[in-house]
Design a protein around this ligand. Structure first.
Ligand SMILES: [Zn+2]
Length: 147
């Protein structure tokens, strides 16, 4: 089953929005054929719902007729919502993946901070003064750029 590649073809934003859509009950009239193919209507902001077709055996035949997904290989939030409706265990896997990425980011941040401390501790006074001055100038330039 190539189910996961449908989710992989969605952006991070589409994954979160798809989960929102599911939790808001926007996936209507879900029709499984018992062979891994699902059709549904997913409500959006437009008056008419969009039609979603998910084929877990032939992922490329999956589609949604919304402007974001039609004619592309992208998975939109409505396709994500439909997949999550059929396979709720994928929601936990998705959230777990996000948590792991956040933990990894924090680990890298901690490691980077420790490296920075090591680097500063290794500098002599004149090197520290120059590094501090460079950092202050850079900070000022950032400030001018963003404020
Ligand atoms: Zn769509």
């Amino acid at each position: 089953m190539q189910l996961l590649s449908i989710l992989r073809m969605a952006s991070g934003v589409s994954l979160w929005r798809g989960l929102d859509y599911l939790e808001q009950g926007r996936v209507k009239n879900l029709r499984p054929d018992g062979k891994g193919v699902f059709d549904a209507e997913v409500e959006g902001t437009a008056n008419l719902p969009y039609t979603v077709h998910v084929d877990t055996m032939h992922v490329r035949q999956s589609y949604c007729d919304c402007p974001h997904a039609a004619g592309t290989r992208r998975s939109c939030k409505r396709m994500v919502a439909t997949v999550f409706a059929v396979y709720p265990q994928q929601i936990d896997a998705f959230k777990w993946g996000v948590e792991q990425a956040e933990l990894e980011y924090k680990r890298e941040e901690v490691a980077h901070r420790a490296e920075l401390v090591r680097c500063v501790n290794s500098l002599k006074k004149d090197e520290l003064c120059k590094a501090l001055l460079d950092a202050l100038i850079e900070l000022e330039e950032c400030h001018d750029r963003w404020w």
